[in-house]
Design a protein around this ligand. Structure first.
Ligand code: KG4
Length: 333
């Protein structure tokens, strides 16, 4: 079964062709990151316009690279939330028109379910149940993945996402957007114990997280140093931030796997590309006898293949949308 999939929830436009869920025939992606870097973050209006400009050409590219014609497509999948509403609407409306023109079923896909599904592409043996640690620019949560389309959140950030935390601290350090990778590069050789940053404890929830206190503490450190004319050890600050974020995520992930009685953890989302977090996850899982799945860097960020993969499992579960499908900025997993 061939699925043509679209992703446009933030600042990447993507179209992909996926066969039977796990075989990626093409994945055409156009990132707008350079465009938004000028402003230090994503400008929603610009994102929507750029998606409009790119999506048709990317669709042609995806079909050409896959070596399939439009008529061979069996279903159309699209991210319908969560994300930037204007950006999502571009993908949803384009997917609707393609599904309508081809007379094929339309499958709505949750963006984070897509990120989790990136693991199915990378690891053919992976099957639910497992715990998914979803860490991206807009979301940070732990999901109990009982089945391909049966999952629930068992812990989530109460405020900022881990990616937002990296991005905002990067901005005050004068690093380009998106700041996660530049922060990682800056942290090389830094002393992660030099700056004691706060670790959040949520009184009434074992698995919820918080990143805003950490973000504010790091931003204040930078501003205070600037005001006093002191020189910050930028490399050690970046390393201390990564260590603090990792400590927020990794022990909770291990505990979640143990609590649910599983043996498997899968990471997902752009922040799952982070070296320190990957290292800490590997160490913690090794020590606790947990099988860890870390998607390759190419599948951590937003892409269309992951939507095609999850779209396949949604299709098998009977998930369908009609022409009234809307986009949702916030959407339960
Ligand atoms: O999943 P993603 O591509 O888009 C969303 O759905 O949000 O994630 C983007 C986020 C950004 O905040 C970016 O700074 C972060 O992922 N990121 C990283 C790294 N690479 C990307 N954060 C930390 N370390 C990295 N190496």
């Amino acid at each position: 079964m061939l699925i043509l999939a679209f992703e446009s929830s933030c600042d990447e436009t993507a179209a992909a062709v996926v066969r039977n869920g796990r075989e990626v025939l093409s994945d055409a992606i156009l990132s707008q990151a350079d465009m938004h870097a000028v402003y230090g973050g994503v400008v929603p209006e610009i994102a929507s316009r750029k998606h409009v400009e790119a999506i048709a050409a990317l669709t042609d590219r995806a079909l050409t690279e896959a070596g399939v014609s439009k008529k061979e497509i069996d279903a159309v999948a699209v991210t319908y939330g969560p994300g930037l509403i204007g950006a999502l609407l571009v993908g949803v409306n384009f997917a609707k028109s393609v599904a309508c023109a081809l007379g094929r079923p339309l499958i709505p896909v949750h963006h984070l379910r897509g990120h989790i599904a990136a693991n199915y592409i990378a690891f053919p043996e992976l099957e639910p149940p497992f715990i998914a640690l979803c860490i991206s620019g807009g979301n940070s949560l732990l999901a109990d993945v009982r089945g391909y389309t049966d999952m629930s959140v068992i812990g989530a950030t109460r405020d900022d996402a881990a990616g937002e935390c990296f991005d905002k601290i990067a901005r005050v350090l004068g690093l380009p957007y998106p700041g996660g990778k530049p922060m990682q590069d800056l942290a090389e050789g830094g002393d992660c114990t030099k700056y004691p940053l706060p670790r959040a404890k949520i009184a009434d929830s074992e698995f919820d997280m918080s990143f805003s206190g950490l973000k504010t503490a790091a931003v204040n450190l930078v501003h205070n140093a600037e005001q006093k004319g002191e020189t910050l050890d930028r490399s050690s600050l970046a390393a201390s931030v990564a260590a603090a974020i990792s400590e927020e995520l990794v022990p909770r992930s291990v505990k979640a796997v143990q609590r649910c009685g599983y043996r498997t953890l899968a990471a997902a989302g752009g922040v799952a590309a982070n070296k320190r977090i990957r290292y800490d996850l590997e160490k913690a899982c090794r020590e606790n006898g947990i099988q860890l799945y870390l998607p390759p860097l190419s599948l951590c960020g937003d892409n269309g293949a992951m939507i095609g993969c999850q779209g396949y499992y949604e299709y098998l579960a009977g998930t369908r949308a009609d022409m009234s499908l809307n986009a949702y900025a916030n959407l339960e997993i």
